[in-house]
Write a protein that binds this ligand. Sequence first.
Ligand SMILES: Cc1cc2nc3c(=O)[nH]c(=O)nc-3n(C[C@H](O)[C@H](O)[C@H](O)COP(=O)(O)OP(=O)(O)OC[C@H]3O[C@@H](n4cnc5c(N)ncnc54)[C@H](O)[C@@H]3O)c2cc1C
Length: 411
Amino acid sequence: MKTRTADYPLVIVGAGAAGLGASEEAARLQVSHLVLEASHRTGGRGLTEYLEGRYPVDLGCHWMHSASRNPYVHWADQYGFEYQREPYHFAMYFQGEWLDPEKNQEYETFVKGFYSSVCDLYRQNPGCSLMEAMDGSSEWAPFLSYYLSLMHSNDVDQVSLADVVEDQDTGEDWPLRDGYGALIARQGRDRPVRLNSPVHQVNWSGKPVRLETGRGTLTAESVLITVSTGVLEANQIRFHPALPAVKLEAVHALPLGNHNYQFFSIHPGMFEEVPENIHYSNGDQSAALRIRPFGMPCLFTSTAGRFAWWLEKQGPEASRDYLTGVLTDLFGGTVTRELRDFKVSAWGYDPWIRGAYSSMKPGCFGMRETLAETVGGCLYFAGEATFPDFVNTAHGAYLSGKRAVREFYHH
Ligand SMILES: Cc1cc2nc3c(=O)[nH]c(=O)nc-3n(C[C@H](O)[C@H](O)[C@H](O)COP(=O)(O)OP(=O)(O)OC[C@H]3O[C@@H](n4cnc5c(N)ncnc54)[C@H](O)[C@@H]3O)c2cc1C
């Protein structure tokens, strides 16, 4: 019997950092392929928009983490994207007052102590959560918990110690003036992406693999899945036969939390004398503010974890009130006159993402590696959740896509 030839040797599902990185590697290895993207744009969780139509703001990834090991720094140089390399300094406004440097140092000591407890506890009981490594009675605990929720997108009691211990983060965080989202989209501009093409079903019961998409059926010898664990958990792609139980267990162990940015553009002359980064904590409210990034008349903060889910559900006005409340507390009520265009992200609501990024549940181990494993010799997996070295980052996603294609190529 004659075997049907596939339309493509490789189809990549998703045109975020992982899918675009995979496509770049496939092109380098001269593998004919197609990228199917559900939404109307490339970039996924990399997305740059504009306040007042001109000031770029990142709704998703913003910092080139682990910069000295981050391949996007190379792309930023190649495409002339400006970035800031200086170490991150911040002023602290804590329970109604600006802290002096000595008190700031106390906070930094608390943070160092927390990270050393994480390592100690991991050796004794690796199944614990980040919360169990923190002295919750400390005055600094609420702010550090908030800050850690920004890094993991889930709250500290929901994140495994392993996600901190195994992460190879170098601590160099470089923001891009014109946006990380814009850089990812630029880097992936020439890739063979078919937009508005959601994959609904992947039938791998025989060869070739059949993909049912919003724009018809196509076939491939192998398929690389790069969608988020939120999309996989919601069964938005039906696999026939179903994925093995161990793969579903990995999806379940790596849930997306939430993380949303809130931005205002401001009157051009405003806040020129104010610190660029402010860590704010008052009562049960915390914020990490960035004022006039790259000298642009705008500012932003972000929320994460359960609070971000709640705030997003209330609608954009609630996010606006939250940021306005923080600014009023810091600078007085007259500040509201100077606020102009407002923007807020809503990653939980995005039907093709369903959250921000993954964190491993306490008590789970090695799930990122399991999620990355090939199934049936024809289904490959990549995406931020599959890359343990650079946990939940854009460059981790990008490198995971390249890794998966090399695996496919050498198979
Ligand atoms: C608020 C926020 C802040 C962040 N900050 C940083 C940061 O500062 N630095 C950093 O390095 N990282 C950051 N991240 C994380 C980083 O953005 C992600 O880890 C990375 O972009 C994920 O890329 P990905 O390719 O794995 O997934 P995605 O970007 O989710 O790409 C998957 C793609 O698949 C598509 N898709 C979904 N379902 C289907 C389907 N059925 N058919 C076809 N296509 C489908 C989606 O539309 C999407 O385009 C942040 C993320 C968020 C949300």
